[in-house]
Design a protein around this ligand. Sequence first.
Ligand SMILES: [Zn+2]
Length: 481
Amino acid sequence: MHPWTLLLALLPALVVAQDDGTINGPTSSASAAGYSCDPNTCKLPTCNCASTSPPGGLSPSEVPQFIVFTADDAVQSYTLDAVNQFLAQRKNPNGCQPKMTYFTSLNYTNYTLVTDWYVAGNEIADHTMTHVGSPPADEINGNLIALNALAGIPMEAIKGFRAPYLNYTPETLQLLKQAEFTYDSSSSASIPVTDPGTDAYWPYTLDNGMANDCLAVEGLCKGQPKLPGFWEIPMYAYFDDRGVNGPHLMDPWLDTANGASTVNDTATLVYMKNTFTAHYTGNRQPIGLYTHPIHVSKTYPGVVVSQSTIDMINAFLDWAQEQQNVWIVSNEQLLAWVQNPVPVSQLGNLDALKCLTPQVEATLQICNGIPQNEAGLLSHCDFPDFPFYTCYGCPSVEPTPENPNPPQQVPTGQNARYRLPANCSTPFWDPIAGDCICTSSTCAFTDDSRPIGVSRTGLTRVAFGTHPDFVVDMYSRMVPI
Ligand SMILES: [Zn+2]
């Protein structure tokens, strides 16, 4: 295909993304919420009341400040390049590279990159197959089926959902619960944490209905919908000088600040820092960078990206990471901590925050989501709309919501590829031989995280260490002097 044909085919996705996720003012209020929840009966890990206080009765000083990093829409090399320019060079306090959540829609997605991104430790979540708001069941469930069949993502690993355009209904949440999703993250926290009526709740279960978006989505709140054990992770807005009247939710760097007529990265950075500080010095509700990476990709043909905007986002993260107990995480990592809210001194014990690297010989030729192993083994599925690569064999037709897992089209002289079974994890599955190369019941992963905890409290990143009462050793441990 001529490159320009491909570019034109991709443009609709770009246009779509620009309207995705804007709010203009409060989306909830206490009276619209009509929310009540009894913390004596609603208890972790399966139930959590919507609350502005940290889970588990912890005081804010014992609580990490989480920055959730998410990306939405198709997965392509240029969108992963965009994410990597913010995360690849960073470390969390335990020495691990931060992980993020990719809400994946499948039109224009290159399936093998989804496999690679997952095997590298990131969370793959559902954003419908063809990017439709208020989606029917086959758009939600087809995404699960196609990601499992063609990207080798275990069904149980796909825990989360975000509605395209953040356009969801009570029925959407019901469908997610029926399909055994763990959480939705489509709602907005639209009132600053410093306002008495803030709706910046920690993630909560819908045992007593929703408490966010009560003014924005019909049929929500006042106890509805009741979905016991199903979580809502609100998306926390930033606020400019106009406070509650100046919210910025997704891609704040594309917005103008303080009612100005043009984008001003300096002004954006100021209000992002101010909002972060309000969370950090308050109840430490999470904050998020909710991105459409295509807008900040330098490798997407034909799109001009401002280097100053990219630098501003990195400056924000640099500044945030200079403060203690700040973690950049995926939604599943955040939720793992909320369900088991250990104080910061015990974070080293939380498996979800560790970095676990699959132990696979570098020379082994196996189509497993590790680039050095799978080189030369990918199938190229040359569909005119959006060609893609996969380890799991090309389907005979493009996957659709009606037919998310079409029969394989097996090239002459080759055998069909074997899809991921339930009892083998992705980096150890050989789809060509149909063999699990991990022979133990718990597959071989190396823990690359640095021990943290009681004996090493105060760990933070290497660049930290300006406080005059401390020196920082080579492992970035803060030592009182
Ligand atoms: Zn989207």
